[in-house]
Design a protein. Structure first.
Length: 151
C-alpha cells in the first residue's frame, strides 16, 4: 500500500470526502459541513518526530488485538476513541489494508446520526446545495461580533 493506492481505494467507498488538514490527508464519511466524521488520516511527509503513515478507528472490539501486531501503535491524540496508527505501509498486505479501511469506514458511518445518514442518501445536487448553505451560515456567524453578557 502507498498513499496513491490508499486514495484510489478510499474514493471507491460511499460518501468519502478528502481534505488536507493536520499535515496530511484526512478522509471523511460525508462532508464535515453536513456532519460527516473523519475515518482515516494519512501523513504526507515523514520526519523523525512522526513515525506513522496512517491512523484509523479500529473500534473497541479490535483495538487491543490490532495493537499486538508489530508496526501498529495507539494513535496519538485519538487512542482514547480506539484509533490505531500504522508506523509503515507493510504492516498489512494491500487486501488486508482494504479490509481494515472498509471496516473503519463502516464503523464511522454507523456512528453518524440518522439525520446525517439521511442527508448522505440525498442526490449529489441536493447535498451540494446543503453544503453551500451550511458554509454560508457558518461564515455569517463567524463575521458577527459576539456580545458579552454582563454579570
Amino acid at each position: 500500500m502507498n498513499i496513491e493506492r490508499l486514495r484510489a481505494y478510499l474514493h471507491t467507498l460511499p460518501h468519502v470526502v478528502e481534505t488536507v488538514q493536520f499535515g496530511g490527508l484526512v478522509f471523511w464519511v460525508g462532508d464535515k459541513a453536513l456532519g460527516g466524521k473523519m475515518f482515516a488520516w494519512a501523513l504526507l511527509e515523514q520526519d523523525s518526530t512522526r513515525t506513522r503513515v496512517l491512523a484509523y478507528p479500529a473500534g473497541p472490539e479490535r483495538y487491543h488485538e490490532l495493537l499486538e501486531i508489530e508496526g501498529l501503535i495507539p494513535a496519538p491524540y485519538l487512542a482514547r476513541i480506539f484509533w490505531v496508527a500504522a508506523e509503515r505501509w507493510d504492516v498489512f498486505r494491500n487486501a488486508e489494508w482494504e479490509q481494515e479501511l472498509q471496516t473503519a469506514h463502516t464503523l464511522t458511518y454507523e456512528k453518524l446520526p440518522a439525520r446525517t445518514r439521511a442527508t448522505l442518501d440525498l442526490p449529489a445536487t441536493q447535498q451540494k446545495r446543503l453544503i453551500n448553505e451550511r458554509k454560508k451560515l457558518l461564515a455569517s456567524k463567524a463575521k458577527k461580533p459576539r456580545s458579552r453578557k454582563k454579570v
